[in-house]
Write a protein that binds this ligand. Structure first.
Ligand SMILES: Cc1cc2nc3c(=O)[nH]c(=O)nc-3n(C[C@H](O)[C@H](O)[C@H](O)COP(=O)(O)OP(=O)(O)OC[C@H]3O[C@@H](n4cnc5c(N)ncnc54)[C@H](O)[C@@H]3O)c2cc1C
Length: 474
């Protein structure tokens, strides 16, 4: 083996000798994977096929000590560093070109304590890993809607899903985190220790260190929840959305409905004549008693004349994976997102116009109804500040053929620009693509200044910069 050329933080490069690599290997429980070696491609391949980066070396960690060894090398040699957990982030910051990749995807343990209603989770766990273990005890914490997403990145950006209106954001349920900081030390962050760091981790992304263990609060839920889809013809979308605003306003915290607008996929329960035609889908979940859920969903299910209504009790773990077939890895993806405090008539119009010109059969516009418990927490209580968002729109542009890149990206940007005047101006960092550096400050609003100050204390040289980056205060 010859010296490795590795990119550094100042955009030049340095040489890492075979002796240094061998010394690192000898300290690890995990492995070092160099280009062409076992595990290298698995570690660098992520959900969004637009991202195809080749790190100079990968450390596949099996525990906190491995992470400390990898961070020590990165810090001593000033290496460009990326951190990967579930590998789902749309911006692709989980992988760097030419630098050091710390891969946490093999650290997947989930330990539930039903007596204390808590769970300890390692960063490589996916939502499916978490839900399957917690549902073994009919327990849950709010996570996202696609079961292959990583718990780590989702949590650090804030995290919301079907149970957020009832139980809050994922970060509202974080009790503590073990963090390897930029000086390669293990610290615990909680309400009692390193409170500033704990505040920053709850929405501030991967800016402050590498989390090797999360502790979450759990809530009784399931094993079945009333959930499913009501699919409507798209020509009724305007009236349906205007009616839906009233239903959303009056919804109890237990009821969460997301709107999906797209060309109908060939789902077995959809009549074939609808396959490939534009539809509006209400996807709904009631996080509570099934009978109460029937009452709470009545108004939604009575709207218009749906093509199908497939709402019924489903296992919670099944519902958490219901969208997986539409969100498989390997497609090209570009997202744009806005928060809305209300869905105005004008916002509805620009969204519907865009859905009439979807550039590929897999593109969709998702609108999540949030609020409830999430909105009752003060905007400065955690780094996540967008507590007044009632609706989060994600322009989820997805296609297969590289030749369609510019048409698909342009479609997403056009809708994003047209909807901007009606949005609240804030955005969820986990939905931002890699070309929105200028939006990071807006994403955190008035919390940005405090985040930049905490960044200065914990990571003054911005070692953790492959993320929606918060620049340390000078
Ligand atoms: C199909 C799909 C559906 C989604 N649905 C939802 C949803 O319903 N709700 C929701 O809230 N979000 C959702 N998301 C967004 C999701 O929260 C982000 O993509 C999130 O970053 C994924 O986490 P990950 O661990 O898989 O990401 P990765 O790509 O592995 O990591 C993302 C970034 O997080 C940081 N990071 C990762 N692990 C660590 C760690 N252990 N310590 C420190 N920093 C770390 C790094 O900066 C890294 O670049 C969805 C994403 C996809 C692709």
């Amino acid at each position: 083996m010859t010296d490795l050329t590795v990119r550094t933080l100042d955009a030049s490069s340095t040489k890492i000798t075979p002796v240094t690599v061998a010394a690192l290997r000898s300290k690890l429980r995990g492995t070092v994977a160099l280009p062409g070696e076992d595990g290298y491609d698995a570690a660098r391949s992520i959900w969004n096929a637009m991202i195809d980066r080749r790190p100079a070396l990968v450390v596949r960690c099996l525990g906190a000590a491995d992470v400390i060894n990898a961070v020590t090398l990165a810090r001593n040699e000033k290496l460009l560093l990326a951190v990967r957990s579930g590998g789902h982030n749309i911006a692709g910051n989980a992988v760097c070109d030419g630098g050091l990749l710390i891969d946490l995807s093999l650290m997947k343990s989930v330990h539930v304590n039903p007596a204390s209603l808590t769970a300890r989770v390692e960063p490589g766990a996916t939502l499916a890993d978490f839900d399957k273990e917690a549902q073994g005890f009919a327990l849950a914490t709010p996570l996202g809607i696609n079961s292959t997403t990583g718990v780590a990145g989702l949590t650090l950006g804030g995290g919301f899903g079907w149970t957020t209106r009832k139980f809050g954001l994922t970060v509202d349920n974080l009790i503590s985190a073990d963090v390897i900081t930029a000086d390669a030390k293990l610290v615990r962050a909680s309400d009692k220790e390193n409170q500033d760091l704990f505040w920053a981790l709850r929405g501030g992304g991967g800016n402050f260190g590498i989390v090797t263990s999360f502790e979450f609060k759990l809530h009784p839920l399931g094993p079945e929840v009333l959930s499913g889809l009501v699919v409507h013809p798209f020509n009724k979308a305007g009236e349906l959305l205007r009616e839906f605003r009233r239903i959303a306003k009056e919804a109890p915290d237990e009821l969460t409905t997301w709107i999906v607008m797209r060309k109908a996929p060939p789902l077995p329960f959809l009549p074939t004549e609808w396959h490939g035609k534009e539809v509006l889908i209400f996807a709904a979940c009631y996080s509570g008693d099934i009978k109460e859920g029937e009452k709470a969903m009545h108004a939604l299910r009575a709207l218009g004349k749906p093509i199908v209504d497939v709402i019924s009790p489903h296992p919670f773990t099944g519902w958490q994976a219901a969208f997986d077939p539409l969100l498989t890895p390997g497609a090209r993806n570009y997202w744009k997102s806005h928060d809305f405090t209300e869905l105005s008539d004008a916002a509805i119009k620009v969204i519907l116009d865009a859905v009439h010109t979807l550039p590929s059969p897999e593109c969709e516009v998702f609108i999540a109804h949030v609020g409830g418990a999430m909105a009752r927490i003060a905007p400065d209580a955690t780094a996540w500040s967008n507590r007044n968002a009632h609706f989060i729109m994600n322009v989820h542009t997805r296609w297969r053929d590289r030749a369609q890149d510019s048409a698909c990206v342009a479609w997403a940007r056009r809708l994003f620009d047209a909807a901007a005047p009606f949005s609240s101006g804030s955005v969820y960092v986990n939905f931002m693509p890699d070309d929105e550096d200028d939006r990071v400050e807006k994403a955190y609003g008035t919390n940005y200044r405090r985040l930049a100050e905490i960044k200065r204390r914990y990571d003054p040289n911005n070692l953790f910069r492959m993320n929606q980056n918060i620049r340390p205060t000078k």
